[in-house]
Design a protein around this ligand. Structure first.
Ligand SMILES: [Zn+2]
Length: 83
């Protein structure tokens, strides 16, 4: 008998049968469940968030997604930095 092993390294979550891999397109919210809370890895500097990794995960359903950043915003190109 041939058992095809697909490259999935075990299921870590208990829930989430409907998760899909949404990585590649920066999004503000999960397209599966609509949740807008993501699990991301952030970098802190001087008690503030200095950056974050774009590899994210929906906090609700666990789908993999790509976190957005201002550069991904289609409209509203940053033209003025009036600080
Ligand atoms: Zn989700």
């Amino acid at each position: 008998m041939n058992h095809d092993h697909q490259g999935q390294s075990g299921s870590q979550g208990s829930q989430g049968s409907d998760t899909i891999d949404q990585r590649g397109i920066p999004t503000n919210a999960c397209v599966v469940c609509g949740g807008n809370v993501m699990v991301v890895k952030v970098v802190f500097e001087d008690y503030e968030i200095a950056g974050y990794l774009l590899d994210a995960e929906c906090a609700d359903c666990g789908s993999l997604l790509t976190a957005p950043c201002p550069l991904d915003r289609p409209e509203g190109h940053i033209e003025d930095w009036n600080n």
